[in-house]
Ligand binder design. Structure first.
Ligand code: PEP
Ligand code: MN
Length: 264
């Protein structure tokens, strides 16, 4: 993968004077929930709305996502709010239905980045499109595997790329849900300074009271953006309830981070 300025042109197209902000629920649950959160995030610093439709759960038996019907809700939210829509894709079928429903941004989850076959299948299914694709770090602290995922997309002709740092699994109990290992992201940033780097404080911390602190650390390290799970009723969220914030809390985080949108 060349270290080309073209990697960040998509980000520059947002014409932001602050980091890119992606926000929305861990999972789309109902049409009303999606619409309510999207309406509250419209006219804020948020540029892209996220919602998981197919949820890769560590253990079976949990909520596994609403599936394709959720894509219709996202289309409706996009038509009403103008926010770009982002979903997680883990295989070719997901990519196909996301493309059919005009989803703007696809992200590859941490449990998928570890699997080169799955990433290659996604890359092949995206050939010829000009979607924005964001690659989360793999669950294990392996920079090559992370970069390898990005390269598979790049080699398939996808040039609107970025990476999401969501922390790494460890058997050890720490204050984080997934330890940041900042040095891995910093090495990636120094090797590919034009590859947009986005921090996911929600999955790093696993707790809403630490989102501000980790977001601030990321911005101090010159990250290009933040992806923050945001829910209208976080405590009753169907997945990742402990780490989601309300839209009002998210707006307060922006104030505290002194993120300001350019008004032109
Ligand atoms: C998510 O973004 O909701 C998610 C499942 O994240 P990760 O792949 O980082 O665990
Ligand atoms: Mn989540």
């Amino acid at each position: 993968m060349e270290n080309s300025k073209s990697l960040r042109t998509w980000l520059d197209d947002f014409k932001l004077s602050h980091p890119l902000v992606i926000a929305g629920p861990c999972s789309a649950e109902t049409e009303e929930q999606v619409m309510e959160i999207a309406r509250e995030l419209k006219d804020s610093d948020v540029s892209i709305f996220r919602a998981g439709i197919w949820k890769p759960r560590t253990r079976p038996g949990g909520f596994e996502g609403v599936g394709e019907i959720g894509l219709k809700w996202l289309q409706k939210a996009k038509a009403e709010t103008g926010l770009l829509m982002a979903v997680e894709v883990a295989n070719e079928a997901h990519v196909k239905s996301a493309l059919e429903h005009d989803i703007d941004v696809l992200w590859i989850g941490a449990r998928t980045t570890v699997n080169p076959f799955a990433v290659q299948e996604i890359a092949d299914a995206l050939k010829g499109t000009d979607k924005i694709v964001l690659v989360k770090n793999p669950v294990n602290p392996d920079l090559s595997l992370w970069l390898g995922g990005v390269e598979r997309l790049y080699n398939a002709g996808i040039k609107k790329l970025g990476v999401i740092h969501r922390g790494f699994s460890t058997y050890e109990k720490t204050k984080y849900r997934n330890i940041p290992e900042w040095q891995i992201a910093i090495e990636l940033q120094s090797r590919f300074p034009d590859l947009p780097l986005i921090c996911d404080p929600s999955h790093i911390t696993g707790r809403r009271d630490m989102i501000l602190e980790v977001s601030q650390q990321a911005l101090d390290l010159n990250y290009d953006g933040l992806i923050i799970e945001t829910h209208n009723d976080p405590e009753h969220a169907w997945s990742d309830a402990a780490q989601q914030v309300t839209p009002d809390a998210l707006k307060q985080i922006f104030i505290d981070l002194r993120i300001r949108k350019m008004t032109d």
